[in-house]
Write a protein that binds this ligand. Structure first.
Ligand code: MIC
Ligand code: SF4
Length: 645
C-alpha cells in the first residue's frame, strides 16, 4: 500500500505513538519560528525551562506584527526578543525585514523538514514541501528545548489538482473555492495534501498562498510535494543544496479525495465576516469599495506585487479609494524598488506600507465606519480590521487591484487589460543582514527586560470542583480575535494583567470586570460556547488572560485544535456537551457546578454540570492521558516542573 506525503514526513519524525488517525503522536521538530506578538511569552517560558541553547536545527524569532512603536512597549519587547535570541542560539529577524511566513519561506523553508511556529499561518511553509504547523508559544518553547510536539495523528485529504488557472484567476481563488466546499468548521484533525497534474503549474508563492490560508479550514496543516518548481525556487534563493524531491507514492491512500479543476475556477471573494462566506466576484460586482489593501502573509510575494504593479503601470487608482500596499519582505520590497515596479505602484496613488502584518491584524489602516475594504489577507472576522462596522472582503491581488482601479468590486476578467505574465526570477535579491545571528559569546549577553515585560503568570492546580457562574455565553465560530482582540491592544501582549482587561472586549465589554469580581468573591468563571470555539489565531493569550481572570472551564459544542491545546496548556478545562441541544438550556449568569472532576478525568469518565435551577447536563472530556496530567497539574509549566522533580 503506497504512502502519502504526510505519512512519509511524519514517519521520519515520529518519536511516540503510531500513525493511527485520531490517536496522539509526538514528532521531532527541526525548525521553529516565533513572531513578536506571541514570541515574548514563548521566550519567557523557554527561559523558565532553563535550557541554555535551543536544541532545534534552526530557530528564528521574527518581529513583524507590532512595529508601530507608539510608546515604549513594542520597543521594549523587540529589545527583549533580540537579546534573548542572541543568548540562546536563535536568529533574530528585525522589524522591517518582513512577515515571518514570507521570510521563512524565502530564506529557511526546506522540503521534508518539520517546522513549528507560534502563529497559525505557519503552514505557509507547506508551499516548499515542509510539514509546517502552528501552535501556542508554550509548545514552541518546549520544541526549542528539544521536546517533541504532540498532536493527533491526522487524517489526510488529497486535493487532486488538474488543469491550470485561467488568466486573472489566482491561487487565492483555489483556497477560497476549498473554503466554500469545506468551510471553516469540522476539519479539525485533517491535513490537506495537494497532488495531481495541476501542481506543477503553480509557482512556490502560489502554493504558499494556498497552504497559508489552509489555516482558515481549521486543518492541522497543508502541504505540497517538492518538485522541479520547488528546486527552481530554492535555486533562485541560493539554497538549491537544500532541495530534496518529495511526493506521495502513485498508489497512496487517503481518507478523503477532492478533485479540483484549476481551469474551471473563477475569481471569488470571502464576504464579511468569515473566510468561508464565499461568493464569486461576479455575484457581488458593483459593490462600492472604500479601501483596498494588498499584503499580509497570504499575498505579498514578489509575484503578487509584480502582478499588481504591472496592472497599475501607467494607470491611476480611483480617486476616492484608499489603496495600501505592504510587501511581504525586504527581499520583495528591494526587488520591486530595483526594477521600477515600486515606482509604478506609487505613481498609481498607492500608500506604500512597511513590510509587516500591519493592516491584517488591525495595526493601522482601520477603515472608516461601515466601509467596504477589499483585502488580500486571510481573515475578515468582525472587528479585526480595527473598525467593528467595517465590511472586509478577502480577495486575490488580481481582484484587489481591479477594485482599486474601478472603485467597485469588479471581476478582473472584465478589466479589458491584458493579463500580465509574471516570470519567477532566476535569482532573488539576497541580503540577510537584517537577520542577526546568535551571539558567539552568549554568556556576555544580558537579556533586556523593560517595564513592559512581566513574568508568565502562575497557574493553580485544577480544583476538584468548579463552582461559579456562566460568565458569558457565546454562539458558534467564536474566534480568538473575539476572545482576545489584537490591533491597538497588541502592545500589552507582554503584560498579562493589563491585556486581560480586554478579554471579549467586542462581545461583552464588561466581561473582564465581571470575571475578576467573581474571582475575588471565590467563584469560578465558566465560558459557554457553540461550535468551533477558538477559530483563527494561535495566540495563547486567548487562554492565558481568561486563566488570569479565573476562568476554569470552557463548555462548547466543539473546539478548534490550537485553541483547545492552549486551554489545556494553561490549565483551563475544555469540555463538550454530550447532547448538543443542552447548550440551549443554559443562560449567561446561571450558577453552575461540576463536581468530582479529578476522579472522572482519571477514570476517563464524563462529567456532570449542575445548574442552580436544578438541571443536570452531561459533559464529555476528550483528553489524552498526557493532557489529563497536564490539566490536573494546572497547566504545562506546572506539569513540566513536576515531571523534572
Ligand atoms: C493572526 O493572524 O491572527 C495572528 C496575529 O498572526 C495570530 C498570532 C497572534 O495573535 O499573535 C495567528 O495567526 O496565530
Ligand atoms: Fe501577520 Fe496577518 Fe499573517 Fe497573522 S495573518 S501572520 S497578522 S500577516
Amino acid at each position: 500500500m503506497g504512502k502519502n506525503l504526510v505519512t512519509k514526513i511524519l514517519e521520519t519524525h515520529l518519536v511516540e505513538g503510531t500513525l493511527q488517525p485520531g490517536t496522539e503522536i509526538a514528532i521531532r521538530i527541526d525548525q521553529t519560528l516565533t513572531q513578536d506578538a506571541t514570541g515574548t511569552m514563548a521566550y519567557l517560558q523557554f527561559e523558565a525551562m532553563g535550557v541554555p541553547k535551543v536544541r532545534t536545527e534552526l530557530s528564528v524569532s521574527y518581529v513583524d506584527h507590532n512595529t508601530l512603536q507608539d510608546g515604549f512597549e513594542n520597543a521594549d519587547d523587540h529589545r527583549y526578543l533580540q537579546t534573548v535570541a542572541a543568548k540562546h542560539g536563535i536568529r533574530y529577524s528585525k522589524a522591517g525585514n518582513g512577515i515571518c511566513h514570507q521570510v521563512h519561506l524565502e530564506r529557511f523553508g526546506r522540503p521534508g523538514k518539520t517546522l513549528l511556529g507560534s502563529d497559525s499561518h505557519t503552514p505557509t511553509g507547506g508551499g516548499v514541501g515542509m510539514l509546517a504547523i502552528g501552535a501556542g508559544g508554550l509548545d514552541i518553547a518546549v520544541a526549542m528545548g528539544g521536546g517533541p510536539f504532540y498532536l493527533t495523528s491526522p487524517r489526510v485529504i488529497k486535493v487532486n489538482l488538474t488543469g491550470r488557472l485561467q488568466p486573472w484567476v489566482a491561487a487565492k481563488d483555489v483556497i477560497l473555492a476549498l473554503l466554500e466546499k469545506l468551510t471553516t468548521k469540522g476539519n479539525v484533525g485533517f491535513v490537506v495534501e495537494y497532488a495531481g497534474d495541476g501542481v506543477s503549474t503553480l509557482t512556490v508563492p502560489e502554493r504558499a498562498t494556498i497552504t497559508n490560508m489552509g489555516a482558515e479550514l481549521g486543518v492541522t496543516t497543508s502541504v505540497f510535494p517538492s518538485d522541479e518548481v520547488t528546486k527552481a525556487f530554492l535555486k533562485a534563493q541560493k539554497r538549491e543544496d537544500q532541495w530534496i524531491p518529495l511526493a506521495a507514492d502513485a498508489d497512496a491512500v487517503y481518507d478523503k479525495v477532492i478533485d479540483l479543476d484549476l481551469s474551471s475556477l473563477v475569481p471569488r471573494v470571502a464576504k464579511p465576516h468569515s473566510p468561508d462566506n464565499i461568493a464569486t466576484v461576479k455575484d457581488v460586482a458593483g459593490t462600492k469599495v472604500d479601501q483596498v489593501m494588498v499584503g499580509s502573509c497570504t499575498n505579498s510575494s514578489y509575484r503578487d506585487l509584480m502582478l499588481v504593479a504591472s496592472v497599475l503601470k501607467g494607470r491611476r487608482i480611483k480617486a476616492d479609494v484608499s489603496f495600501g500596499v505592504a510587501p511581504g519582505s525586504r527581499q520583495v520590497l528591494e526587488m520591486i524598488a530595483k526594477n521600477g515596479a515600486l515606482a509604478d505602484i506609487i505613481a498609481s496613488g498607492a500608500r506604500v506600507l512597511e513590510a509587516t502584518c500591519g493592516f491584517c491584524i488591525g495595526a493601522g489602516q482601520a477603515p472608516r465606519t461601515g466601509a467596504v475594504s477589499v483585502r488580500t489577507s486571510n481573515r475578515n472576522f468582525e472587528g479585526r480590521s480595527g473598525t467593528k462596522s467595517g465590511q472586509v472582503y478577502l480577495a486575490s491581488p488580481e481582484t484587489a487591484v481591479a477594485a482599486a482601479l474601478t472603485g467597485t468590486l469588479t471581476d478582473p476578467r472584465d478589466l479589458e487589460i491584458a493579463y500580465p505574465s509574471i516570470e519567477m526570477p532566476q535569482e532573488f535579491w539576497i541580503d540577510d543582514s537584517m537577520i542577526l545571528p546568535p551571539a558567539d559569546k552568549p554568556d556576555e549577553i544580558t537579556v533586556f527586560r523593560g517595564p513592559n515585560i512581566g513574568d508568565p503568570p502562575k497557574t493553580d492546580a485544577l480544583p476538584d470542583r468548579i463552582k461559579g457562574l456562566v460568565t458569558i455565553k457565546v454562539g458558534d465560530k467564536i474566534t480568538t480575535d473575539h476572545i482576545m482582540p489584537a490591533g491597538s491592544r497588541l502592545k500589552y501582549r507582554s503584560n498579562i494583567p493589563k491585556y486581560a482587561e480586554f478579554v471579549f472586549e467586542g462581545v461583552d465589554a464588561q466581561f473582564s470586570k465581571k470575571a475578576l469580581e467573581n474571582k475575588k468573591a471565590g467563584l469560578h468563571n465558566v465560558i459557554m460556547a457553540g461550535a468551533s470555539y477558538g477559530q483563527g489565531s494561535s495566540r495563547e493569550h486567548a487562554a492565558i488572560c481568561p486563566m488570569y481572570l479565573g476562568v476554569k472551564a470552557v463548555v462548547a459544542k466543539s473546539f478548534e485544535r490550537i485553541h483547545a491545546a492552549n486551554l489545556i496548556n494553561f490549565g483551563i478545562l475544555p469540555l463538550t456537551f454530550a447532547r448538543e441541544q443542552d447548550y440551549e438550556t443554559i443562560a449567561a449568569q446561571d450558577s453552575v457546578e461540576i463536581a468530582d472532576i479529578h476522579e472522572a478525568l482519571r477514570a476517563g469518565r464524563g462529567l456532570t454540570l449542575k445548574t442552580g435551577a436544578g438541571a443536570s447536563i452531561a459533559l464529555v472530556s476528550s483528553l489524552t492521558a498526557r493532557q489529563r496530567e497536564i490539566i490536573l497539574a494546572g497547566g504545562m509549566l506546572n506539569y513540566t516542573r513536576m515531571k523534572s522533580k
